[in-house]
Design a protein around this ligand. Structure first.
Ligand SMILES: O=C(O)CCC(=O)C(=O)O
Ligand SMILES: [Mn+2]
Length: 200
C-alpha cells in the first residue's frame, strides 16, 4: 500500500488530486484495448497563419447532446455515449462529486504524439472547471507551468490506470502539456471528462 498515493499536489493557486492506482491493471488494459479498437479516431487539421497543420495526436469527443465543444479551434458535436464510456463516466462522477457531460479522448500513438501548452479555460467550461483525466496505456509526463510562460514548475508521470483531477482556479493560473519524447513509449489513451455549460 502506497501511503502517499492520494496526497494532494501542493502547487499555489491550484487544486490537483492525483490517484496513481485508481484502476487495477487488468481493467485498465481491457478498457485501453476496447477504446483503441472501437473509437472513430480523428486527426483534425488546423489552419494557423494560412498553413494547415494536423493535430499531433488522434481525438474523439463524446457527450450528452447539448455538449458541443470547441477544441483546437474547431466546433465538435458529441458522439453518443458508448456503454463503456457511460460506465467510466458514472464512476468518475461519483468520485468527483459532480455531473460531467462530455469526454475528450486523446490517443497518443507514440512519443511523436503530444499536446502543447494550454489551459482548459474555454468559455463553455465556465469559471473554475473540474477536469477529471484518466490515463490508460503508456506512461507520459504531464508538465505544469504558470500561465504566461516560464519554466516547468511541476511534472507528473501519468501512469496506466491513474486519475488526475484538476479543480478550482487551476486553469486560471496554470498551463499543462504532454511533450513529445524520444523515449520509447507505449501507446496511450487519455480521457478528460468535463462539464460543458449551456451558452447564454
Ligand atoms: O493527455 C493528457 O494527459 C492531457 C490532456 C489534456 O490536457 C486535455 O485533453 O485537455
Ligand atoms: Mn488540458
Amino acid at each position: 500500500m502506497d501511503l502517499f498515493a492520494d496526497t494532494p499536489i501542493a502547487l499555489p493557486d491550484a487544486e490537483l488530486q492525483f490517484l496513481p492506482h485508481w484502476l487495477d491493471a487488468a481493467t485498465a488494459q481491457a478498457w485501453f484495448r476496447q477504446l483503441q479498437a472501437e473509437t472513430p479516431w480523428q486527426q483534425p487539421e488546423l489552419f494557423i497563419h494560412g498553413r494547415s497543420i494536423r493535430v499531433p495526436r488522434l481525438l474523439a469527443w463524446y457527450g450528452d447532446a447539448e455538449a458541443s465543444y470547441r477544441y483546437s479551434g474547431l466546433e465538435h458535436r458529441p458522439l453518443p455515449w458508448t456503454p463503456l464510456l457511460a460506465e467510466i463516466r458514472g464512476r468518475i462522477e461519483a468520485l468527483a462529486g459532480q455531473r460531467l457531460n462530455g469526454v475528450l479522448l486523446n490517443y497518443y500513438r507514440d512519443g511523436d504524439d503530444s499536446m502543447g501548452w494550454h489551459s482548459d479555460d474555454e468559455a463553455e467550461l465556465g469559471a473554475n472547471p473540474l477536469i477529471a483525466s484518466l490515463n490508460l496505456g503508456g506512461t507520459r509526463r504531464f508538465d505544469l507551468r504558470r500561465k504566461g510562460g516560464g519554466r516547468i514548475v511541476h511534472s507528473l508521470e501519468l501512469v496506466d490506470g491513474s486519475l488526475l483531477v484538476m479543480r478550482g482556479a487551476t486553469q486560471h493560473h496554470w498551463q499543462h502539456q504532454v511533450a513529445k519524447t524520444r523515449k520509447a513509449v507505449a501507446p496511450r489513451i487519455n480521457l478528460t471528462f468535463r462539464l460543458i455549460r449551456g451558452r447564454a
